[in-house]
Design a protein around this ligand. Structure first.
Ligand SMILES: *Cc1c(COP(=O)(O)O)cnc(C)c1O
Ligand code: SF4
Length: 447
């Protein structure tokens, strides 16, 4: 019997549109020769992941022997000599890279530099391009917006990203950068907490770094509770890329898991808000392991939001960004922001134009719930803060210069973003090589 319960107004969907639900599972790591004998229990153990994380180029090159050709190895080795970030790759991430085509692999692009792909830095680049240090009343605490502050508690991460805005401080010194120290010292923390307590307008603290995954459970718990002790603090966000790098920690580091859940439970009981902010850039990074980790957090009442960086060749097409947004939503990690890539040393080849972000946003809006639709933002160089990509005062697509204002952050000032030069016309590229022309281009956008 066929009883028509409804009239189909839409044609049946093509199953490929449900691809976001196909999460990688099984023992995919065994394709890598050195993990061929690793069983699931071992692979799931965060201690094994941490112990086997590759932390120097020599070990990386050893691990890659036989997986890739000699020319690629030399290219990466030369890449690290020029790069502002050191290497840190977990076995989990190693297993997600497609080693048959590493040149174009979206994870390789994010974590392993190839010297041959480098483009010259943009002439307007400075190392702390967001001016975080200029807005810091005490080292590692940036108070830029009225009611919220960014607390950089620690200077290490579970992975090092080539596009990191904080390459001025995060990780150890490299051949190209000597870093500002943001070690987790009790004295530095005390000064930051005293400042926060002294400013009644502060309601919202972003705890970042570095990365809170690297914090000892007891420190994380202490810091969370110290912040909750302050009456005017209403919201705390813990930032970690860890979920994308080592979801195993959420599943097997019970001490750490309990620490964050404990802070969340107390916050909820007191009418306050805690969230975990994470950082997935491609759908490929979201596996069944990620889903299990997210389910554990979700089940314990933790809100998870995601911030991505828009990266050329990684997530700069609708196909890739749309899939990422749908898959994030599927595992309850709300897509919150997509950042237009900051101007960072050695990152030029990964940047896109502001126009790319605007075009992507137009396509992404409408594919899923509004609360799972990310806002595309420019973190305005020079400390203007995050601005909606569409809210520029002027945008000269020929020179690639855009101008933003931030009335509630720094009234009366202008902030500029610069598209990568290699994506401009030949003519515009020539103008950028001529200082007089650069002055002219700037003058015309200043309006
Ligand atoms: C990003 C950021 C925040 C938090 O901003 P939201 O837009 O609320 O996510 C706070 N302080 C600084 C300095 C930041 O860079
Ligand atoms: S995890 Fe975040 S802070 Fe750490 S290197 Fe990557 S982008 Fe930078």
């Amino acid at each position: 019997m066929s009883l028509a319960l409804f009239e189909a107004k839409k044609p049946p969907v093509d199953p490929s549109t449900l691809k976001h639900r196909d999460l990688l599972s099984g023992d995919f790591w065994r394709q890598i020769p050195r993990y061929a004998d690793v069983d699931e229990a071992t692979f799931l153990d965060h201690r094994w992941q941490a112990k086997n994380t590759i932390t120097n180029t020599k070990k990386l090159l050893e691990a890659l022997q036989g997986l890739v050709n000699e020319a690629f190895l030399e290219d990466v080795s030369a890449g690290f000599k020029k790069a502002p970030m050191q290497v840190r790759i977990s076995p989990y991430l190693m297993s997600l890279i497609d080693w048959s085509a590493p040149e174009t692999d979206p994870l390789r692009i994010q974590f392993l530099p190839m010297a041959s792909r480098f483009l010259p830095d943009h002439p307007k680049l400075g190392l702390d391009s967001l001016g975080e240090q200029a807005d810091a009343p005490t080292p590692g605490l940036t108070h830029r917006y009225i009611d919220k502050a960014l607390f950089l508690v620690i200077d290490t991460c579970p992975v090092y990203c080539r596009f990191c805005t904080r390459s001025y401080a995060v990780g150890s010194d490299t051949e190209s950068v000597d870093k500002v120290s943001l070690k987790p010292t009790p004295d530095r923390w005390e000064r930051a907490l005293a400042y926060i307590a002294s400013r009644p307008e502060l309601e919202d603290i972003v705890i970042s770094g570095g990365d809170v995954y690297q914090m000892r459970a007891d420190w994380l718990s202490q810091l969370g509770h110290r912040l909750l002790d302050i009456d005017h603090i209403r919201r705390i966000r813990f930032a970690t890329k860890g979920l994308a790098v080592m979801p195993q920690k959420i599943l097997t580091d019970d001490e750490w898991f309990k620490a964050i859940v404990g802070v969340n439970d107390r916050a909820r009981a007191e009418g306050k808000d805690v969230a975990l902010h994470t950082h997935f850039n491609t759908a490929r990074e979201i596996t069944e392991h990620s889903q299990r980790a997210l389910n554990r957090l979700h089940g314990a009442g933790l809100v998870v939001r995601n911030q991505s960086v828009l990266l050329r060749g990684v997530n700069d097409t609708f196909e890739k960004m749309g899939l990422l947004v749908k898959r994030l939503s599927y595992i309850n990690a709300h897509p919150y922001y997509v950042y237009i890539h900051d101007l960072v040393q050695g990152g030029e080849e990964m940047r896109t134009t502001l126009q790319t972000a605007i075009d992507l946003e137009k396509q992404v809006r409408g594919i899923t719930a509004g609360f799972n639709t990310p806002t595309f933002v420019v973190d305005a160089p020079g400390g203007g803060g995050k601005r909606d990509a569409h809210s520029f005062e002027a945008y000269d697509r020929a020179s690639g210069i855009s101008r933003f204002t931030a009335p509630s952050v720094k009234a009366g000032q202008s902030f500029f973003y610069f598209d990568p030069i290699d994506l401009l016309s030949e003519d515009a590229q020539a103008r950028w090589r001529d200082p007089t022309e650069v002055k002219r281009m700037m003058a015309s956008i200043e309006g």
